[in-house]
Design a protein around this ligand. Structure first.
Ligand code: SF4
Ligand code: SF4
Length: 348
């Protein structure tokens, strides 16, 4: 018998089905095979040699990897790890999407990552606390360079080292689990002490590889600082702010109270419907499964459109990009920003 999945993790599922209502792809199709339980059944069939592994391809791609199935599971199934193993098994050779190959190439070395950020200046190199180092991210430094500059401005104790590699989350989530883990270990050696990150997806991956004590997501860290913030007021009224959870930060690390705590302090906070539900960005998903990604985000846009929000705060660059694009397409004025940018405004 082949053992391609970690047996103890696969054996945990008791097929109770509690995860079905939490799963966005099951909500889209109503089909058992597009649910966490259905996918685990497929994995077991491949593990036992009853099905060829090619039968996993469609569902390994359709699954968002949002891990919403984990917190609701009474048996503690680590579905995220099983999905990483499923993609490691299936997204190889000609089955690896071209877009994924291009993304891997873009972050292959430190100099390529620095090139990504050449036209978008990130936080400047500086030595502050040697045991508190800012992760600049790969695509975040290209798409949202202001985020690292903002964190550097509001947190002078943070050290910044521009020569840093990718944390490997991209690889781990796209069929190169072992390489992704090796990259996280290299990064852990490069950045000593606590790694401070503004990306929920990176936080979850690095924590899972080098230990939770080595990683802090921005809002988690900021709340521990217990810094005073003033409400942000415009035309005599507090600004109205909603929040979109990062799936991996919430479902993987259990961090969801801290960003709300910050936003309640500085704004008229509005909990958006299903804030914990995936926005459809899901790493490379919005590029690989464009139409399904749009279906997932459509309900979110619908839920937000009448809330009259000034800002929608996020804690992950993929969510920022997905929501900013989708809200703009729908003609909404709500601005999508990383939570640190609102903290910066609250500090004046
Ligand atoms: S993954 Fe968890 S919740 Fe879903 S069927 Fe298996 S045991 Fe039940
Ligand atoms: S990771 Fe998300 S999309 Fe995939 S099975 Fe779990 S809940 Fe469904």
């Amino acid at each position: 018998m082949r053992e391609e999945f970690t047996k103890s993790k696969l054996d945990r599922c008791i097929s109770c089905g509690y995860c079905l209502p939490a799963c966005p792809t099951y909500q889209l199709t109503g089909a058992e095979e597009s649910s966490p339980r259905g996918r685990i059944t497929l994995m077991r069939a491949v593990q036992d040699g009853r099905l060829p592994k090619e039968n996993l391809l469609a569902e390994s791609s359709f699954c968002l990897g949002c891990r919403a199935c984990e917190p609701v599971c009474p048996a503690g199934v680590e579905y995220g790890v099983l999905l990483e193993e499923m993609r490691e098994m299936t997204w190889q050779g000609r089955h690896r999407p071209l877009i994924v190959r291009a993304l891997f190439l873009a972050v292959q070395s430190q100099w390529r990552i620095r090139i990504l950020g050449l036209s978008s200046p990130v936080a400047r190199s500086r030595r502050a606390d040697p045991n508190l180092n800012l992760l600049l991210g790969c695509f975040e430094r290209r798409l949202f360079p202001k985020v690292s500059r903002t964190v550097a401005k509001i947190a002078p104790e943070v050290s910044v080292t521009p020569a840093q590699g990718c944390c490997g989350a991209l690889h781990a989530h796209n069929g190169e689990l072992k390489k992704g883990q090796a990259m996280a270990r290299v990064l852990g050696e490069k950045l000593p002490g606590v790694i401070l990150t503004t990306a929920g997806g990176c936080a979850a991956h690095i924590s899972a590889t080098i230990g939770k004590e080595r990683v802090q997501e921005f809002s988690q860290w900021w709340v521990m600082k217990e810094a005073d913030l003033s409400p942000i007021v415009r035309q005599g009224k507090k600004i109205r702010v909603g929040f979109q959870d990062s799936c991996h930060l919430r479902n993987g690390l259990g961090v969801f109270k801290q960003p709300r705590q910050i936003l309640e302090q500085i704004s008229e906070y509005v909990e958006i419907p299903n804030a914990s539900g995936c926005c459809g960005a899901a790493g490379s998903y919005s590029l690989l499964q464009r139409s399904n990604s749009r279906k997932v985000v459509a309900q979110k846009v619908e839920d937000i459109k009448d809330l009259n929000l000034d800002y929608l705060a996020t804690v992950n660059p993929g969510c920022t990009r997905q929501l900013a694009t989708s809200l703009k397409r729908a003609g909404l004025k709500t601005k999508v920003v990383h939570i640190s940018e609102l903290v910066s405004l609250a500090k004046g």
